[in-house]
Design a binder for this molecule. Structure first.
Ligand code: GLU
Length: 485
């Protein structure tokens, strides 16, 4: 197979959006699953909206997601520059634009913004679709001289051939056809020398030897223009594939209205990169096996572009949250504790300087609540049970009567002579005490409800053995004595 080269080409005009992250992921998976090269290119020609900070956060988020690149603005590569402003400075776009003028595929256009606007208005008034109608196409040398003398600087327009069918086989959507009639002569180089998006992309995709362009379907009409440019430059075009849009639950294009849309927002809220990756993959792809929970390595093995759907994907925040919980469960507690400690420190559950001394007990607490977490920040709510119990009326009522007292006393007695309990010992102790209580006619359900209420003041939470394990025999004993009183 040819050497596959794909690229992810973000514009640093905002934070990394969920939709762009999916494009990045699918390009990465395509490259990694087929032994290809994954290129990162920064498209920062829009100087008014691009910032260095956005570029930094995009690269940071991509790295956090685990989508490492083989060539890019920060690490270089044989096909640089990988930042379009650097390409501009190196004259990468002016040379091919000159070639297109020489071959008659492009021409200088001296129209002013006002002239273009009145042309647009006239077209609208006449019920025609507004597009540049080629006024400057046939300018003679003298007319050009006149404009130049008057101080006008030309933009370069692509001369779109009339009545041409543009046909391509989309990897995801099948055969697509466009008529060049609807395109109009578009600008490739602005009067200030800056390339437009369509031109810069083609020049870069050609010089970077990109073999497959996989991106959102909002770029489909751009693809038609880009194919014309490839042809005019005498370059073989890459294969194109366009993903469906991501929609909100109301079927409108996913936007801030639907909640967080930036990868960084999810990161800060306590989503794992594994869960975001997993969810993005499922947005328009499904595994052959029907499995839903994947890490990057598993996705790479299972991924196939032929299983990417062309129907729109609906963003389901609840499913993302569920997946996050699944991935939190898969972490070993030593990894999890490092991820949740910042939240615990922020919430004042533990002082930073106390962490080394408290590490063992913090670790047990984290283990105990691991399966109760859906997002990392849930830890703050979950560890509340390890704080002081407030014996309000409801709890007092729940613990009143002979039976609860008997249950608590039996556990207090069994815990009294224990120094420490590991998980298995805690389970064994519970079995022994419960068997004895059941023999006296106490119901299992009653035992567990009473103990949870006595130890935590809550009616739900981690399993009882986890509570004994996390509190340790001493603290659990003290809590039981308090509750019996
Ligand atoms: N910079 C473009 C964007 O962010 C890239 C489009 C493309 O992949 O060609 O939409």
């Amino acid at each position: 197979m040819e050497n596959i080269r794909v690229r992810f080409a973000p514009s640093p005009t905002g934070h990394l959006h969920i939709g762009s992250a999916r494009t990045a992921l699918f390009n990465w998976l395509y490259a990694r699953s087929l032994n290809g090269v994954y290129v990162l290119r920064v498209e920062d020609t829009d100087r008014d909206r691009s910032t260095e900070t956005f570029e930094e956060t995009i690269l940071e988020d991509l790295a956090w997601l685990g989508l490492n690149w083989d060539e890019g603005p920060d690490i270089g590569g044989a096909a640089g520059p990988y930042r379009q402003t650097e390409g501009m400075a190196a004259g990468v776009y002016t040379e091919p634009a000159g070639r297109l003028i020489a071959s008659g595929h492009a021409y200088e256009c001296f129209c002013t913004p006002d002239e273009l606007e009145s042309g647009r208005q006239a077209a609208l008034a006449a019920g025609r679709m507004p597009m540049y109608e080629g006024g400057c196409r046939g300018l003679g040398v003298e007319e050009k001289q006149r404009f130049l003398k008057a101080g006008r600087k030309p933009a370069i327009r692509f001369a779109v051939a009339k009545k041409e069918q543009i046909v391509f086989d989309d990897l995801i959507r099948g055969r697509l056809e466009f008529s060049s009639e609807v395109l109009g002569d578009f600008i490739i180089l602005r009067a200030n020398g800056a390339p437009t998006y369509n031109f810069a992309v083609v020049v870069d995709d050609a010089r970077m030897k990109i073999t497959h362009v996989l991106r959102g379907e909002d770029h489909i009409t751009n693809t038609a223009r880009q194919l014309l440019i490839f042809e005019a430059l005498g370059e073989a075009p890459p294969v194109f594939g366009h993903f469906s849009m991501i929609l909100g639950p109301d079927k409108a294009k996913l936007s801030k209205r639907h909640g967080a849309t930036a990868v960084g927002d999810y990161r800060r809220e306590g989503y794992l990169s594994e869960a975001i990756i997993n969810y993005l993959a499922l947005l328009s792809w499904s595994s052959k096996s029907g499995d839903e929970v994947f890490e990057l390595a598993g996705l790479t093995k299972e991924f196939s572009i032929s299983r990417v759907s062309k129907s729109p994907a609906i963003f389901d925040a609840a499913k993302l949250k569920w997946l996050n919980g699944q991935h939190i469960r898969r972490l070993d507690p030593a990894t999890l504790i490092n991820l949740v400690l910042p939240y615990l420190v922020d919430a004042g559950f533990v002082e930073p300087q106390e962490i080394p001394a408290q590490f063992g007990s913090l670790m047990r607490v984290v283990e105990a609540v691991q399966t109760n977490l859906e997002v990392l920040s849930d830890i703050v709510r979950c560890v509340k049970i390890f704080g002081a119990v407030r014996f309000d009326q409801e709890i007092v009522a729940g613990l009143a009567g002979d039976e609860p007292k008997k249950i608590m006393a039996a556990f207090a007695a069994a815990l009294a002579d224990r120094e420490a309990l590991d998980k298995d010992e805690a389970k064994a102790l519970i079995t022994t005490v419960s068997e004895a209580l059941k023999a006296e006619g106490v119901k299992g359900k009653e035992i567990f409800q009473t103990m949870r209420l006595a130890l935590t003041g809550e009616t739900s939470g981690p399993e009882l053995f986890y509570l004994l394990y996390a509190f340790g025999p001493r603290e659990a004993g003290i809590r039981l004595k308090d509750a019996i009183r």
